[in-house]
Design a protein around this ligand. Structure first.
Ligand code: SAM
Length: 278
């Protein structure tokens, strides 16, 4: 009888059929350090004792609800891999809309843009833009030092030299200057919606998720100060029910060309506006 050691890939999948198959594949890939194709071509492969023990531990974590990205310390964003840890938000697919919006407004990739990203987390937005616009210079900020530390690891991983980081509470430590583009995916979840969030989100840092004033407090702070630092576009990610309030707030501070853009679920997710000092 199989007593838990000498398990094959197939045995493990059968024993854990209450877990998502994709999750098991990701964990197997991670433990065996093999591509997914290996798992299918070698389903009778027997894991050694060490691999078995490690996998069992990770499967337990997953069953308790720990996000897969935190278990394997990695998440893909815009086709690139980023390190993640418990201090950083796990990059979301809907945030890729920010990158698509930049590509639409700035179609010359050789442009020498000055870009500011507020609340960089893993650095996924800043690093993706640094690679897409190699002649641009990017300032990436966060108010958490541990987040900045992880962002540096990702900057090194992707070998980009056109990003500098600043530890700052929004604009507080940024020397006054004009950027061509200001981008932010700030915390925007209302504390009232906390109970609607799934179990996995509870593993993520509250500083990256929640904001007062029904999720609008940080967005409003950014909008009120950004125009002093901007000669160009601002692109903001926001909550599912925020777009009309964000557009009104931008209009209040004399931004122009204000437009909200829908994500893949047809929800207004990003709002873009232009500021011209004349
Ligand atoms: C929603 S996460 C976005 C992370 C990353 N840009 C992304 O899109 O995956 C918001 C980020 O803003 C940072 N943050 C929260 N409050 C801040 C503040 N007052 N000043 C600067 N950054 C802040 C958090 O640490 C977190 O990394």
């Amino acid at each position: 009888m199989n007593i838990g050691i000498n398990l094959s890939i197939d045995d493990i999948k059968k024993q854990n059929n209450n877990l998502d198959l994709l999750d098991i594949d990701i964990l197997l890939k991670f433990v065996l350090k093999k591509p997914r194709s290996f798992l299918y071509a070698n389903s009778d492969y027997i894991l050694n004792e060490e691999q078995n023990k490690k996998l069992k531990r990770l499967i337990q974590q997953r069953k308790k609800g720990k996000p897969i990205a935190y278990i394997i310390s990695e998440k893909e964003f815009y086709g690139l891999k980023f390190k993640v840890d418990k201090n950083t938000l796990i990059p979301r697919p809907e945030t890729e809309l920010i990158i698509d919006t930049v590509l639409k407004t700035h179609n010359n990739k050789k442009e020498n843009l000055k870009i500011l990203e507020l609340g960089t987390g893993t650095g996924c937005i800043a690093i993706t833009l640094a690679k897409l616009y190699p002649k641009s210079t990017i300032v990436a900020t966060d108010n958490s030092l541990s987040v900045i530390k992880l962002c540096h690891k990702n900057i090194k991983l992707h070998n980009v030299s056109n990003i500098t980081t600043i530890h700052s509470n929004w604009f507080a430590n940024i020397p006054l200057q004009k950027f061509d583009l200001i981008i932010s995916n700030p915390p925007y979840v209302s504390l009232k919606d906390k109970n609607l969030m799934n179990n996995e989100t509870l593993y993520e840092p509250p500083n990256a998720l929640f904001s007062d004033d029904n999720g609008l407090a940080d967005l409003k702070k950014i909008i009120s100060v950004a125009s002093s630092f901007l000669q160009g576009y601002i692109i903001l990610e926001h909550g599912y029910n925020h777009s009309s309030k964000i557009r009104a707030e931008l209009a209040k501070y004399n931004y122009q060309k204000i437009t909200s853009i829908k994500d893949a679920s047809s929800i207004d997710r990003v709002t873009i506006a232009f500021f011209n000092h004349g």
